[in-house]
Design a protein around this ligand. Structure first.
Ligand SMILES: Cc1ncc(C[n+]2csc(CCOP(=O)(O)OP(=O)(O)O)c2C)c(N)n1
Ligand SMILES: [Mg+2]
Length: 309
């Protein structure tokens, strides 16, 4: 979580240099979701994500150099520099795709799970999305199809309460439970505190055991909160769309702080943390240098990576 946080803070810091020319949605504040879920996945498991994908990619074992190069549009990026932040793909990491259209990678993930099932393979597929995606037809159709076909599919909804500037209160009926909604479709459904990595890992463990035992799909709703603006590196709390008390109460429950409160009791914790930060910052500096110095993709093969063969 610390590594993901530092990487995204570095992206935020350098974004205004205008060399990363893709819209960028940061997961700062939501790291425990990606890390807790990934802790229960195997390298062969497949992952799909949405516009807010960096944490999912890194937690699945994605390559930092290839991520940063992708943000800079360079040929050494994980999508060959053609995709940018919202279109990551890296089959070496089992990270199949992320896409910018809300909910549209959910049915594609079900297709991947169906493929695994038809081939008798044992891995599972994860689809991460925000709670806004549960307002799209694609979510319901996929959930229904996945139950009927008993697909090895894990649907992970990161409920950060907002879709851009719109709160849940103006988008969904009061007191609706998204977990209960998924349950009503017939999916084995769980929910938990998405800011507590131990709780996320515990829910992930239940869901993954259910799927691996051949019992069909699972759904997890994780309650969490983004720290920065919807898209971009800044804080936008001056706009006033998120109540101050709400913000403060979630910021107090920062997922990194929650873990640090426990870890700080361990002898030499401070020293261990400082050495982790030093190591991570070195790695980040090298990734940025490599990305900045890498060539742009060769314009002679623009269509490569764009259309499937
Ligand atoms: C089908 C579609 N509608 C609208 C948009 C514009 N849009 C991009 S991200 C976003 C918010 C999605 O909210 P949520 O799914 O909760 O994810 P979060 O940004 O909170 O992580 C919207 C409306 C889009 N990309 N696709
Ligand atoms: Mg949201």
């Amino acid at each position: 979580m610390l590594r993901i946080r530092l990487i995204e803070e570095a992206i935020a810091e350098r974004y205004s240099e205008q060399k990363m020319r893709c819209p960028t949605h940061l997961s700062i504040g939501q790291e425990a979701c990606a890390v807790g879920i990934s802790a229960k996945l195997l390298p062969k498991d497949k992952v799909f994500s949405s516009h807010r994908a960096h944490a999912h990619y890194l937690a699945k074992g994605g390559n930092l150099n290839r991520l940063i190069a992708e943000l800079y549009g360079k040929g050494s990026g994980c999508t060959g520099g053609r995709g940018g932040s919202m279109h990551l793909t890296d089959l070496d990491a089992g990270f199949v795709a992320s896409t910018a259209i809300v909910a549209n990678s959910i049915p594609v993930a079900a297709g991947q799970a169906l493929h695994q099932q038809l081939r008798g393979e044992t891995q599972l597929t994860v689809s991460y999305f925000g709670e806004g995606a549960t307002e799209e037809g694609a979510f319901y159709e996929t959930a229904n199809f996945a139950v009927v076909k008993q697909l090895p599919l894990l649907l992970v909804c990161e409920n950060n309460r907002y879709s851009v500037y719109s709160s849940l209160a103006c988008r969904q009926p009061k007191n609706r439970s998204i977990k209960a909604l998924a349950e009503a479709i017939g999916i084995y459904s769980l929910e938990g505190n998405g800011n507590d990595v131990r709780e996320v890992a515990a829910r992930a463990s239940q869901a993954v055991s259910h799927i691996r035992a051949g019992n069909g799909p699972a759904f997890i709703e994780l309650h969490t909160y983004r720290h920065r603006e919807h898209c971009g590196p800044h804080f936008d709390d001056d706009l006033g769309y998120r109540p101050k008390e709400e913000r403060e109460s979630w910021f107090k429950r920062d997922p990194l702080q929650t873990v640090e409160d426990i870890l700080s009791a361990i002898p030499h914790w401070k020293k261990a943390k400082a050495s982790m930060i030093e190591k991570i910052e070195k790695e980040i500096g090298e990734a940025f240098d490599a990305a900045i110095n890498a060539p742009f993709p060769d314009s002679d093969n623009n269509e490569v990576y764009v259309y499937a063969e």
